[in-house]
Write a protein that binds this ligand. Structure first.
Ligand code: DC
Length: 219
């Protein structure tokens, strides 16, 4: 089948990755979670003990290969899917992803990965920067309490209990950092369709987006 690109952007906890993955399974598309890539760079930077505030210290990216394949994120051949969800990575990823050097490196990989095939890519700047000509652009939102509840549930399934207020605070801080940074801030593309998922189930959101993909002749 011909190439087809779907861009899904939105704030932390809006359900981008869960929903993109389900759509990819149903429509046999390739899913790329770009947030996982920024997290992988953050993990590596922490492990290398570089000064996280020094943009020049990220030159190590020249000699590593970050890739997202089959729902897993790799640094070279090392699977870091679990490690990138740590608190330390989460708390530093907004800083790391604010550097133009880091963004340029990852955007190049992302553009290349989307060149061939049927791709659904989720992140913050996919509709605006990475895939400005995507066939379908979605901007997912949900109020912060709902997003915090979803995160709490996810953590609970992994046996961790985190207070809701703590998660609301964490997500609010990340929202502010992601949407006010100078380089490619989180922003709805002019031609993106906004879907507020606060009162929608995952299935309802998936069906809605699949409907839009069908209308755009992506199925
Ligand atoms: O989707 P996520 O929460 O796993 O993303 C982690 C961080 O990466 C997020 O706080 C901002 C950054 N990010 C970005 O700047 N651009 C993207 N395309 C995806 C994520």
């Amino acid at each position: 089948m011909a190439n087809f690109q779907v861009a899904i952007d939105g704030p932390a906890g809006s359900g981008k990755s869960t929903i993109s993955k389900l759509i990819a399974d149903r429509l046999q598309m390739i899913h790329i979670d770009t947030g996982a890539m920024y997290r992988a760079v953050t993990l590596l930077a922490i492990e290398k003990k570089i000064n996280l505030h020094d943009e020049n210290a990220y030159q190590f990216l020249e000699s590593v290969n970050i890739s997202y394949r089959d729902n897993k994120i790799y640094i070279d051949d090392r699977d870091v899917t679990e490690e990138i969800r740590s608190k330390e990575v989460t708390n530093n990823v907004s800083l790391v992803s604010s550097f133009p050097y880091v963004r340029n490196q990852l955007v190049e990989i992302q553009k290349k990965a989307a060149e061939n095939g049927r791709i659904i890519m989720d992140g913050r700047d996919i509709g605006t920067v990475v895939l400005p000509n995507a066939d379908v652009k979605i901007f997912l939102t949900a109020n912060v309490e709902e997003r915090a509840k979803r995160r709490q549930k996810e953590k609970m399934l992994k046996g961790q209990h985190i207070q809701l207020e703590k998660l609301v605070e964490e997500i609010t801080i990340r929202d502010i950092k992601d949407s006010t940074r100078k380089e490619s801030p989180l922003k709805k593309a002019k031609d993106a369709i906004e879907i507020d998922t606060t009162n929608l189930t995952v299935d309802e959101t998936v069906d809605k987006i699949i409907g839009l993909i069908i209308s755009a002749k992506g199925v």
